[in-house]
Write a new protein. Structure first.
Length: 251
């Protein structure tokens, strides 16, 4: 907690949003092209890029005990960011289940790029989450299709990113509860690149950019969107609902 004081008088108490950035951290160790862009790993690049937004940030990786996602870490996480690619199958089912349950209890979740194919995202969506892709370093244009959504705050009608991996429809997800971005790629594809889902008390944002051989997570617009999404996903929830048999409130 941060206290803003004048003398002994407390003007404000600020609880920074607690963010955990999870990265499988495999490509950066195996592919020199990737380590050239992210020498400390994608998780550390994201942590540095999000630092100016005032979050309390920690990172976790696949190789750590319990993949760095212990009960304690998850309990202290308001928003989890997830990046995975080649090692989805190495994530233990019991950890997937633990994170899944924590999302249902209200932890925010931001799934990035190839995380669409993670066990966790597929579990939350209930579909294959498959899509089309092509690595041809095309320009991508993100169109804001929900200008009143907090995730789009401070953006214009559109922004562009180049180069990025092309993702194409059909993207096999349930219809998003809110569609925030639709992207166009130079090759002609369109893609639902920013999708919001609600699962029990959890808020989920899927954000498509972030192929490991491009410097996407140094881009200021991309970081701005992720920071907006963190604030949105962590925003206060109502009282946890009660389920099951319930007495009448009125006599
Ligand atoms: Zn990719």
């Amino acid at each position: 907690m941060i206290r803003v004081k004048i003398g002994d008088k407390i003007l404000a108490e600020i609880n920074p949003i607690k963010v955990t950035i999870w990265n499988e951290y495999v490509d950066e160790k195996e592919n020199p092209e990737v380590s050239g862009i992210y020498p400390q790993g994608i998780h550390n690049a994201l942590a540095k890029g999000l630092e100016p937004y005032g979050f309390h940030i920690q990172t976790a990786t696949l190789e750590q005990p319990e993949h760095g996602l212990t009960e304690k870490v998850l309990k202290q996480t308001d928003v989890l960011i997830w990046w995975g690619h080649v090692a989805h199958e190495k994530v233990k089912d019991e950890i997937v289940e633990r994170v899944y349950n924590r999302v249902l209890q209200g932890m925010g979740l931001i799934v990035l790029h190839s995380g669409h194919y993670s066990k966790l995202f597929k579990r939350l969506m209930g579909t294959t989450c498959n899509l089309k892709w092509r690595e041809s370093s095309e320009k991508q244009r993100f169109w804001v299709v929900s200008p009143s959504h907090p995730i789009t705050q401070g953006l214009g009608e559109y922004f562009e990113l180049e180069p990025e991996e092309t993702y194409g429809e059909y993207f096999d997800i349930p219809a998003p509860d809110e569609l925030v971005f639709v992207s166009w790629f130079e090759g002609g594809e369109v893609f639902r690149s920013g999708c919001v889902f609600y699962r029990s008390l959890g808020k989920i944002f899927y954000f498509q950019p972030g192929h490991e051989t491009y410097p996407t997570y140094y881009n200021k617009d991309i970081l701005h969107v992720i920071a907006n999404a963190v604030k949105w996903a962590a925003s206060p929830h109502g009282t946890a609902p009660t389920f099951g048999h319930f007495k009448a409130l009125e006599p």
